[in-house]
Write a protein that binds this ligand. Structure first.
Ligand code: COA
Length: 336
């Protein structure tokens, strides 16, 4: 490789794993006031996967990571950085990354979790990309994994969120690229003033007395809350904005894009983004109907399925775009 050329990192292996248990819209309507018709019209979701009572997010993350490692032909000794994107770690602390380091038999390499909600996989890719391009690391494992449904109120009170979310994990191995393919740029954003439109209060140090809060009247703070309409309005602006930012940064136009892989939040959000970008829906990868919104896992799962369906080919320009709690949003431009 020309040593004066700026190095790139590239995804050399990717895999996903979802829990076995399928929950259809019809299933949901047996224990909360909702209907298949309402959910499909408002969100496009038909079914999702839920972890079982004795499954945690590490049970999804580990098999996804093993698949990505196998595809990249990478062995535990090769990995020198682990980043796990999750909101639903097995424990309040430490992060899932510690469990991965142990269970995958990795060396004592740097491993940490990032909590940036639905944008977290793209944030993780961005962090790994910096380490690889600088030469600090050679092989990074980036995982997006969620068991969000463990935290969701599965009664009519929580139906606005319960119908949206699903569980799953996706993982990618990133390595230094020796050719034109790889990550061209990443773009990260946050606007904290809107954070209360999509948040979960506890467990958190904002509580005057966390131990008592967990056992008495504040217990209802331990479920996520969402102002769906505000989130929707912001998402349909931020998605196109951050996609355009990625294109402008690389002197590319929307016509150069082969496929956009958006975070799978809501079919109507994806449709609106396509319209705003003047793009056909065939340029937007969509699998929300099968998995719902799997938060940090949605983009790596979508990349895996898009590859399996032959929708990503060598040389294609792919844009990853995400929006989520925080509010955070992010994109990555990738030459596949
Ligand atoms: N089943 C049936 N009815 C439901 C329901 C459900 N699951 N959830 C809410 N409703 C009801 C509401 O109570 C409300 O009833 P009312 O008119 O009697 O008060 C009615 O449906 C309309 O609610 P509204 O919140 O206005 O619906 P909406 O069209 O905004 O759709 C969302 C709700 C959540 C689907 C939509 O706002 C959304 O997708 N927002 C973005 C969420 C998102 O993507 N979050 C993750 C970001 S990463």
């Amino acid at each position: 490789m020309d040593k004066h050329k700026i190095k790139k990192s590239k995804i050399t292996g990717i895999g996903f794993h979802v829990p076995e248990h399928v929950v259809t819209n019809q299933d949901l309507s047996t224990f909360m006031d909702t209907s298949d018709e309402w959910i499909q019209i408002r969100t496009g979701i038909q079914k999702r996967r839920w972890v079982s009572r004795d499954e945690a997010v590490s049970d999804l993350a580990i098999p996804a990571a093993k698949k990505a490692m196998a595809e990249a032909n990478v062995f535990p000794k090769d990995i020198d950085l682990v980043i796990v994107a999750t909101l639903s770690s097995d424990y309040f602390f430490p992060g899932v990354s510690s469990q991965l380091q142990d269970k995958l038999g990795l060396r004592t390499v740097g491993a940490f979790d990032i909590k940036v909600a639905c944008s977290a996989f793209v944030y993780g890719i961005s962090i790994a990309d910096q380490y690889l391009r600088s030469g600090t690391c050679h092989t990074a494992l980036v995982v997006g994994a969620e068991a969000q449904t463990k935290f969701i109120n599965k009664t009519t009170k929580g139906r606005d969120m319960a119908v949206l979310f699903g569980d799953g994990a996706g993982a990618a191995i990133l390595q230094v690229s020796n050719n034109e393919s790889g990550i061209l740029s990443t773009h990260l954003h946050c606007e904290g003033k809107n954070l209360y439109n999509l948040w979960m209060e506890g467990p958190g140090s904002s509580s005057p007395d966390q131990i008592n809060a967990m056992t008495n009247e504040q217990a209802n703070t331990y479920e996520p809350l969402m102002n769906g309409q505000e989130v929707f309005k912001n998402a349909v602006v931020r998605f196109p904005e951050v996609i355009q930012e990625a294109l402008d940064h690389n002197n590319l136009s929307i016509n150069d894009v082969s496929l956009i892989i958006p975070h799978q939040a809501n079919l109507r959000i994806i449709q609106s983004v396509a319209k705003r970008l003047n793009l056909g829906l065939d340029k937007m990868y969509i699998n929300i109907q099968r998995y719902g919104n799997t938060t940090a896992a949605s983009i790596p799962i979508a990349i895996c399925e898009a590859l399996a369906e032959g929708k990503i080919c060598k040389g294609d320009l792919i844009i990853l775009a995400a929006f989520g709690a925080g509010y955070t949003w992010a994109s990555a431009a990738i030459r596949w």
